[in-house]
Design a protein around this ligand. Structure first.
Ligand SMILES: Cc1ncc(COP(=O)(O)O)c(C=O)c1O
Length: 567
């Protein structure tokens, strides 16, 4: 790996020079969601638009020919890159999601029937669950699921047990986006083929990190997204064996996929054109071609070795943090570091480390069944690429340590603050604004919200029911309303995320214990006046709006009920 120069690689990615939050250097650890783009990709796309753009395949002029050649050259490049025998086996799609939907809606609908089974795993991304569920519902087939063990590994014995005469397709991820587990896809294909069962591999998280050769894997379908491979968004690849693509009915109808159309009968092009109706993402394909050139220049072997070292380093450093649990510790592991911290919601960690300039993903990562398997609502996921450094992993670890300190340090005040019962709703808003105006630094304002959250009282267990959950919040929020005898409404609410509890404290100070009319008529001006509208993340702002809407909805419902009772 002596020729792997990460500093010079970083210089190829303009965005990595960015600063966030008043000059903090960006530590980008969210490449599994979407990877950053090297200058070569950005230039290829703008060069195409500056010099070549035209629609393809049907124009009879110089630009149309050049654009068509460039698009088809990208297809050939992809075919070579993943070891396909023919460029015709490469269908350009929008991304992995569309690749899987295409197979479900064509191959699946044509060949899978009532009583048949589709075999997936417990670690699939929703993109490799939902299209099969939809198909099963449509045709009466059944989805079977291979479980994962405590390390997040595919349980081979269960796979063999579930792979039976009714199995018509195996759909499995090559690398788990949440756990980092690398699945034994070559062996899976071999076992499935012994029973004549075709295999689709979701390669979204594999292709950016390792050499993939579909001729060695012998899989029937392989799909991935360009944007995770350092290419543009909006372009992806579905590889399918030629005889399968030929036999499959078209996906969408329209221009470019037909040979002839009359009102009596339409005939279709051969693959791949049969599956590419309408104007495709021409610049995306060209950008993807440039991304492939770029990673091949660095070398996938080098990339794999470098990232391996980085992920091991990260695991070791994170393991040393008290109370931190890594989720996904498979022996065969790619560039993902997923973890939870005991007693602290992943959302809170994510929010706090974001303020340090460290960008990670927090949530269920579109793998809700996997979260259930590990008994956690969400994880923090740092995902690494070859442009990351050990220094950045250190920054992540330091930020996590700091976040834990912030969340667990002893709180100076023991009990939740209560507002004087005589204070008007307007005065309460004024008081909140005064309290926050005294703090000029936003870090400290966050700290204050967290402190409020830590003092927020727990709600009775009987209120922690699904029917009280506020829809639209990233974390879970339970909100309960009670109409008191004096006509005021008492709200009780709690979240499993500390910062959200701080926001709840503020909302309830304003709205709880007020009359229905006051609740309906009062706008929460304090939210803008203390700067929450500009400083909260979009997800948090949406959550706050959802809580507020629910408070107002309760008031409207109570008003209607009161009117009905009077009538
Ligand atoms: C394993 C896996 N499959 C499928 C997808 C969906 O990819 P896209 O959104 O690019 O279609 C993702 C995206 O995160 C993924 O990680």
């Amino acid at each position: 790996m002596s020729d792997f120069d990460v500093q010079s690689i970083r210089n190829d990615f303009p965005i990595l020079k960015r600063k966030v939050y008043d000059g903090k250097r960006l530590v980008f650890l969210d490449s599994a969601a979407s990877a950053q783009k090297p200058r070569a990709v950005i230039d290829a796309v703008s060069h195409y638009y500056e010099t070549t753009h035209s629609n393809i395949h049907r124009g009879a002029h110089a630009l149309a020919t050049e654009a068509t050649d460039a698009y088809e050259a990208a297809r050939k490049k992809v075919a070579r890159f993943i070891g396909a025998s023919l460029p015709e086996e490469i269908v350009f799609v929008r991304g992995t999601t569309e690749g899987i939907n295409l197979v479900a809606q064509t191959y699946g609908r044509a060949g899978i029937e009532e009583g048949d089974e589709i075999l997936i795993t417990e670690m699939e991304h929703h993109a490799n669950i939902v299209p099969w569920q939809m198909l099963c519902e449509e045709v009466g087939a059944k989805l079977r699921v291979v479980p994962v063990n405590d390390k997040g590994e595919f349980v081979w014995d269960e796979f063999e047990r579930l792979l039976g005469p009714r199995t018509k397709l195996v759909a499995v991820t090559h690398v788990s986006n949440t756990l980092g587990t690398i699945n034994p896809v070559r062996d899976i294909v071999e076992a499935a083929h012994r029973q004549d069962v075709p295999v689709l591999i979701d390669g979204a998280q594999a292709v950016p990190h390792m050499r993939v050769d579909v001729s060695v894997l012998d899989c029937d379908f392989y799909t991935f997204s360009g944007h995770k491979l350092f290419g543009p968004t909006g372009i992806g690849v579905l590889y399918g064996k030629e005889h399968l693509l030929r036999a499959m009915p078209p996906y969408q109808g329209g221009g470019a996929m037909i040979r002839s159309v009359s009102f009596d009968k339409t005939t279709f092009e051969d693959p791949p054109f049969k599956f590419e109706a309408g104007t495709p993402d021409i610049s995306g394909a060209i950008g993807l071609g440039a991304a492939i050139d770029y990673v091949e220049k660095i070398g996938l072997q080098n990339i794999g070795e470098y990232e391996n070292e980085l992920v091991k380093y990260g695991q070791e450093k994170l393991r040393a943090i008290d109370g931190l649990r890594l989720i996904g510790t498979a022996d065969e592991h790619a560039s993902i570091l997923s973890f939870v911290v005991e007693g602290i919601h992943a959302d809170d960690i994510g929010r706090l480390i974001d303020r340090e300039g460290v960008a990670v993903r927090v949530g269920h990562h579109c793998t809700q069944p996997l979260m259930k398997r590990f008994g956690v609502p969400a994880t923090v996921r740092a995902s690494l690429a070859f442009y990351n450094t050990k220094g950045e992993v250190d920054a992540l670890v330091a930020a996590v340590r700091k976040a834990i300190h912030v969340m667990t340090r002893t709180c100076p005040i023991e009990h939740a603050e209560v507002r004087p019962s005589t204070e008007s709703i307007d005065d309460t808003q004024d008081r909140i604004v005064r309290e926050f105006s005294a703090i000029t630094d936003w870090e400290e304002r966050y700290q204050k919200i967290i402190d409020l959250g830590r003092r927020h009282p727990h709600i009775p267990e009987e209120y922690k029911q699904d029917k009280y959950i506020v829809r639209g919040c990233q974390s879970t929020v339970w909100l309960h309303a009670k109409l008191e005898n004096d006509g005021r409404v008492t709200f009780t609410a709690e979240s499993n995320a500390m910062i959200v509890n701080g926001l709840i404290t503020l909302l309830l100070r304003v709205y709880s214990g007020r009359t229905i009319g006051e609740i309906i008529d009062t706008q929460p001006r304090f939210i803008t006046e203390i700067g929450l509208s500009t400083h909260l993340s979009q997800a948090r702002a949406n959550g706050l709006a959802a809580m507020l809407e629910q408070i107002k909805n309760y008031a409207v419902v109570l008003k209607t009920l009161a009117a009905a009772n009077r009538a």
